[in-house]
Design a protein around this ligand. Sequence first.
Ligand code: NG1
Ligand code: MG
Length: 521
Amino acid sequence: MAIMVPVVPTFQDLSFYSDPTGNQPRYESALRLFEKSFHEKPAFFSRSPGRVNIVGEHIDYNYFSVLPMALEVDVIIAAATATDNKVILTNTDPKFQQEEFELPIDGSVITINKEHHSWGNYFRCALIVAHHFIKEKYGNLIDNGKKPLKGLRLTFDGNVPTGGGLSSSAAFCVASIVTILKANGIKSISKDDLTHISVVSEHYVGVNTGGMDQCASIYGEPNKLLLIQFRPKLIGIPFQIPSTNPKMVFLVTNTLFQANKHETAPKNYNLRVVEMAIASELFAKKYSLNTPKDSNLKGAGTLRGVMDAYFEQILRQPAWDGNDLKIGIGRMKEMLNLAEELFTSEEKKGFTTVQVAKRFGMSVGAFTKTFLTQIPVRFEVLKLYQRTVHVYSDAMRVLEVLQLFREHQPTDPSIAFLTEFGKILNESQVSNELYNNSSSPELKEVCAISTAYGAYGARTTGAGWGGSAVHLCTVDKLPEIVAALTEQYYKKHFPRITQKELDSAIVVSKPGIGTCVVEYN
Ligand code: NG1
Ligand code: MG
């Protein structure tokens, strides 16, 4: 049962490298379960990786650039089309039980019952965006857009930890989208188009995500970090990591405290989306700015939109192109200054709904209707000042890291480079703790341990409130750092933890390859 690797380049513009050979056993296990479940062979495989974000958190949905890298862990799908209209999903992880549902035969797009949360809903998200794409691009050519999608038989095998802040959901959705497209006869899609349709996929299960994860999963390249820009357009730009001596590596540790974004979205993730959108509207109101209403909260703007509008409309300076780092850093600093003036010292403690409605000159009812009902949220006070400071300062840190990379010459003393890089990561963690409140005691603990044992910097990665931290290390210090984390964190919290569990919780991953389709014959 050999699987053909390297990959056959079926999808123009996607990454078609041979898959890391280490994954062979996982393809084989997906193949075995596929044959057992469906008594046939898959027609092809698709895969898409998880990602770790190095710096810039909760800023992607404000359209500020972020710096992640794709990982080697991924979601693999063995796939075949069926002659009926059923979709049957099986998973090599018994935690995810077989799911089965029917596709509408009238060619309409499937809908999701958000109340009933199941892993199959992520696949439904992928069906929705893939189907819209097919309808928009080819719809009128095929039976007036009424042609139903093909039935599917699918087996999943994922090794991205779920709820670990490493984007298992994006890996799952992107791998699913390419699977659906390929199964329905779409012969090519550009990375650009794939990114555009993927970024909104999870909105259908009610998580108002930004676009970092899907973009990182798609644009990943071996040994490269990714600069993901959202303005002027969404794009992933792979770039080489500077070589340092001793050699730089990123260690990713899962705290094993899961962040369940679905249950906690109203007081965590989605609340951030709403708070930042309201803060943007407050800026826009104060300076009478005409801003694009392009937030995930409909009818509201983003902190990026406010920054651009302030510089163009008030200071009459040309729009920032996203590339000139000095200009970008200067603008973030200016926005941080403006934030100090925008909020009174009382407001800096937080706003009740009554206070914030008053500030907008709106009735509580009207304010609630405009800002607090579209995306359900729960809060005691809205921390608009804190979120603003976090966003502009973390967006600035991304530019500072880029600047450091650009300035770094191989002849530079590496320790100075690593120290400076680490300092920025630590500042980002402090901002997570103080201004975004997206850290957790366990995340704080692992960061403190690694930095005490030689990591240059460490921070919460991904949404936070549990999940993983990323640590900037050098190869020579890894054994000591890993030993300290094992003894002082993992064995303390989980005395019965096995070596296997430890191995999957503490990961040193090289930047990996993005989404691929793997032909099977
Ligand atoms: P994680 O932690 O991987 O779920 C989430 C969002 C990102 C970004 C980060 C915070 C999803 C799929 N992704 O990532 O878009 O906003 O949080 O920086 O929810
Ligand atoms: Mg996720």
